[in-house]
Design a protein around this ligand. Structure first.
Ligand code: ADP
Ligand code: MG
Ligand code: MG
Ligand code: MG
Ligand code: MG
Ligand code: MG
Length: 686
């Protein structure tokens, strides 16, 4: 999460009154930042990953795992440790027994008081050696985190705690139904106590006019009651007006019901941020990575359990989306518009809805025709000199209210600052984020790739990080074109939730990723220019989306066919490994990028191990975390075939997860491969 400034946070009615002012000031700050940084050139190609952990306390006597609310203690212990003060140090290379020099990792707070986030001490650079350093750095982060915890506490990279929301699952224990979350399942103490977090949760709830509502379809196993009514729901609670939610139909049949931000924002993910050499390259990366979001979500699927039940989905995304969905009944379309300005199709946590690159290949037809834009603020950006496309992007983010406002920030505008801009930007959780340079720091335009689920092992997390980095290099080197219409990406995001989507579903993807020669006649597909970074053609547009189709289509000479013929539905295997005809596959594209650059054999071989994981995930040789966890539960002797995941099953699951971590710590990929092979099911119709 972004800002952690101290101050007096406004309750919702007051925050609502100040929302317009925060937006106006945010737009002024954005214009200031953009004016200063739009001409920034030749920034280094830097990138960095973020790994999030659950911290659990394992009770071997009771054979029980609980979430440990120890975030503050761990961060305090880390901060005290002088060795971690951020200076350059010698980092042991755990794989090869040699030492390399780098900055020690950095740890950050997160929404859940049982969560930690860790990043490299400084961003990685363009060197291929950095790609090979990530895994060791991740392992080091885990070791350092563990060393600052209690003996019974462990950092675990599972997306969600399988029994979150059930009694006796957090340590120390607190009763549910606090004033901020008003959840009947989790206490307020589950959230980071910094005023920003409880305020965020409380104000989202107030703005909505009821609690957030998460209904995840239960996985119907052979003994699961049908119809299924969530047996953990209490219909007789009367502490808060919101306790009426469940009596007013908030709980859906055949679903696991959850009612608080913690069920979403308490999930762990793997994010990768890239710095582009200039704003134009950043805008290109933002667009080209966007269609990959749902593909990588499905490929990293790791979330088959909620609140003690196997569910019929494999990923976390929509649950977080619902956990922070602050839309009112009017905005949701449940009531006619009266007090609110728009019907808003998506939660503020959702797949992204804009393309922003000044690229002649960006066709008008790719844009989201349902896009809601704050037209007044867009006009201010355009009047301030920003082009239509980028102004549209930000004016779309600025349809949202700021949720947490500190009264101190309303006294005067710091035109050189970014606090009001970041207030809106950092609470628009889309699957891509376009990050402008922060004022006063020597940082360039960055793009964040946010859809991936955290993986059980550092090997896998490193593999996915490395893969995405290599894909960005291939995109820039070959000037690849992955454009599809935004609504198709939105649709793909839904598809990614389906159980075993990685093997069973098809996703919209562009057939031909190579740039076309821009000659008057229809030209053959140009093969990739190895080594060369082709420059996108100059952008002419001062167009608006509504009025000027030519502007978006740019000065292309080749007649364009129907958009629908540019893309088709492909399996993840076809997208990653290549279709027999047509799409070459992301791995082959990365391989030809690697062929085109000078790297030594050893580096190439070590990268190949990572690419192999991606390849095998996509073709089904290796399982997703979701599939493995689901199978672990279903084949556990204590599982009764009724979807319920007991304490003992969770205890054994965490033992198995820690064992995988230990094994692969020594043997790299093999631990995971062996384990997933050993656990292959016999006779499960899955
Ligand atoms: P947020 O939580 O807002 O996404 P973080 O501060 O946690 O952002 O950083 C995200 C990642 O960006 C980290 O891995 C960090 O190393 C990396 N990073 C920091 N500066 C840069 C930069 N200039 N270019 C690319 N990545 C960067
Ligand atoms: Mg985070
Ligand atoms: Mg963050
Ligand atoms: Mg972060
Ligand atoms: Mg998070
Ligand atoms: Mg981030």
């Amino acid at each position: 999460m972004g800002l952690l400034a101290l101050g007096t946070a406004l309750d919702w009615p007051d925050a609502k009154k100040a929302a317009g002012q925060v937006r106006e000031w945010g737009i002024e700050q954005l214009l200031g930042i953009w004016r200063k940084a739009k001409g920034k050139e030749r920034d280094a190609l830097l990138w960095g990953d973020e790994v999030e952990y659950l911290v659990v306390a394992i009770d071997d006597e009771q054979k029980k795992v609980r979430l440990s609310l120890c975030q503050a203690d761990v961060l305090k212990a880390l901060a005290k440790d002088q060795a971690l003060a951020g200076q350059d140090v010698t980092v042991p290379d755990l794989q090869n027994g040699v030492a390399s020099t780098g900055a020690l990792p950095t740890f950050h707070p997160e929404f859940g008081r049982f969560m930690l986030e860790a990043t490299p001490g400084k961003p990685w650079g363009i060197d291929f050696k950095d790609l090979l350093a990530v895994e060791d750095d991740m392992r080091l982060r885990r070791e350092i985190a563990k060393a600052h915890m209690g003996l019974d506490e462990f950092p675990i990279t599972l997306t969600t705690f399988p029994r979150l929301g059930l009694p006796d699952t957090i340590k120390p224990d607190y009763p549910p139904s606090g004033p901020a979350l008003r959840s009947q399942f989790v206490p307020d103490e589950i959230a980071n106590p910094h005023i920003r977090f409880p305020t965020l949760a409380a104000n989202i709830r107030s703005r909505r006019g009821r609690k957030v509502e998460l209904n995840v379809p239960v996985f119907k196993d052979k003994n699961t009651p049908s119809p299924f009514s969530d047996p953990t729901v209490n219909y007789d609670m009367h502490n808060w007006p919101e306790d009426d939610d469940v009596r007013n139909g908030a709980v859906k049949q055949d679903c696991v019901y959850m009612d608080a931000m913690a069920f979403g924002m308490g999930s762990c993910c793997l994010q990768i941020t890239f710095q582009a050499k200039n704003i134009r390259e950043g805008r290109t990366l933002y667009d080209q990575l966007s269609p990959l979001g749902p593909i990588m979500l499905a490929l990293t699927a790791a979330t088959p359990i909620y609140k003690g039940f196997l569910v019929d989905t494999d990923v976390r995304w929509n649950q977080i989306s619902r956990a922070v969905d602050d839309r009112t009944p009017e905005e949701l379309g449940e009531k006619p518009l009266k007090n609110d300005r728009w019907r808003i199709p998506k939660s503020r946590y959702a797949s992204n809805s804009t393309y922003i690159a000044q690229d002649h290949r960006l066709r008008r037809e790719y844009m989201d025709s349902n896009l809601i834009v704050n037209e007044e603020l867009k006009q201010k950006l355009v009047d301030g000199g920003m082009d239509d496309l980028l102004a549209t992007h930000f004016a779309h983010l600025f349809i949202r209210d700021p949720i947490v406002i500190f009264s101190e920030d309303l006294k005067e505008l710091d035109p050189e600052g970014s606090n009001h801009f970041e207030n809106i930007q950092s609470t628009n959780w889309q699957h891509m984020r376009f990050k402008p340079p922060p004022p006063g720091a020597d940082i360039g335009w960055r793009v964040e790739f946010r859809s991936m689920e955290i993986q059980i092992t550092d090997f896998e997390n490193a593999a996915f990080a490395v893969f995405i980095v290599l894909v960005t290099r291939a995109i820039l080197s070959f000037d690849l074109n992955f454009y599809i219409p935004i609504p198709r990406t939105t649709e793909n995001m839904e598809t990614a939730h389906i159980r075993d989507a990685v093997m069973k579903e098809k996703f919209w993807f562009r057939n031909d990723p190579f740039p076309k020669k821009r000659t008057p006649k229809d030209s053959p597909v140009q093969s990739p220019v190895l080594n060369g970074v082709s420059e996108p053609s100059p952008w002419t547009g001062s167009s608006t989306l509504q009025n000027d189709a030519q502007g978006l289509n740019g000065p292309i000479d080749t007649p364009l066919g129907p958009v629908e013929e540019e893309y088709s539905r492909m399996s993840i295997d076809e997208i990653i490994n290549g279709a027999h005809e047509g799409f070459p596959g992301l791995i082959p594209l990365v391989e030809s990028y690697l062929d085109s650059v000078n790297i030594d054999i050893d580096t190439r071989c070590r990268l190949a191990v990572y690419l192999d994981l991606i390849r095998k995930r996509a073709n089904g040789t290796l399982w997703t975390g979701s599939k493995w966890i689901r199978n672990f539960v279903r084949t556990h002797p204590e599982y009764k075939g009724d979807s319920a995941v007991s304490d003992k099953v969770v205890y054994d699951l965490f033992e198995a997860v820690r064992e995988i971590e230990r094994t692969q710590g020594k043997k790299k990929s093999t631990g995971w491969e062996m384990l997933s092979a050993r656990e292959r099911p016999r006779g499960l119709d899955d």
